[in-house]
Design a binder for this molecule. Structure first.
Ligand SMILES: N[C@@H](CCC(=O)N[C@@H](CS)C(=O)NCC(=O)O)C(=O)O
Length: 208
């Protein structure tokens, strides 16, 4: 049985929930992280040494890092899924854009989200937030250029790369702030994502 540890308001948990539903895999979920706590216990740290979320437990095998969990789900439970193609070039393309999400987008997008959503107005550092918006805009513009030539991040079909970016694009487009460039291909891709029930259920949700 698959057991996912993590609160539903985390972008990294959202990715995994979206993938689980796209793959029609049954699972149970435990609320930990944020106000739920539970990530500092020795038992949780044994699964996830930094005490972050998500963590997946698959009948006793545990794995952390959201993008690794996405790949594990396909490798272990959906080996023929188009979400994670097996041909070397196609697979490397999916992995490249998943890593791009983690290495290029996470830092500015988190600074923007933490600044605008998790920090009260009187405590916000608007210079830091403006810099994060500019940095994130640069990354979203790169993705927009890619999406000018294909409906999804890696081609004609949804892949794990779309899932890695999915929770973040909802926040990028729905939060209210100045300095967001108009990116028509990114918007069209978002519109394709919201046509998917699993995306709406887990990612296109109230931003908290
Ligand atoms: N690189 C990790 C990052 C995990 C991470 O930082 N998760 C955040 C939530 S998105 C977290 O655990 N925050 C602390 C908490 O929720 O208690 C991953 O992709 O899984």
């Amino acid at each position: 049985m698959l057991k996912l540890w993590g609160r539903t308001s985390s972008s990294n948990v959202m990715k995994v929930l979206w993938a689980l539903d796209e793959l029609a895999l049954p699972y149970e979920r435990v609320d930990v992280g944020g106000a739920f706590g539970g990530t500092a216990t020795p038992a949780y740290r044994a699964m996830n040494p930094l005490g972050v979320i998500p963590t997946l437990d698959d009948s006793g095998f545990t794995v952390f890092e959201s993008n690794v969990i996405l790949r594990y789900l396909c490798n272990a439970h959906a080996v023929h899924s188009p979400l994670y193609p097996t041909a070397p070039a196609a697979r490397a393309t999916v992995e490249m854009w998943m890593d791009f999400q983690q290495t290029a987008l996470t830092r500015p997008q988190s600074a923007l989200f933490q600044g605008l959503v998790r920090t009260p107005p009187e405590k916000r550092d608007m210079a830091v937030i403006a810099a994060a918006i500019a940095d994130a805009a640069r990354i979203w513009t790169i993705l927009d250029a890619r999406l000018a030539h294909r409906p999804f991040v890696t081609g004609e079909e949804l892949s794990l790369a779309d899932i890695a970016f999915g929770p973040h694009v909802h926040r990028w487009l729905k939060l209210s702030f100045d300095g967001r460039p108009e990116l028509v291909h990114l918007q069209a891709w978002y519109d394709r994502l919201v046509a998917r029930p699993a995306y709406v259920a887990h990612c296109a949700v109230a931003i908290t």
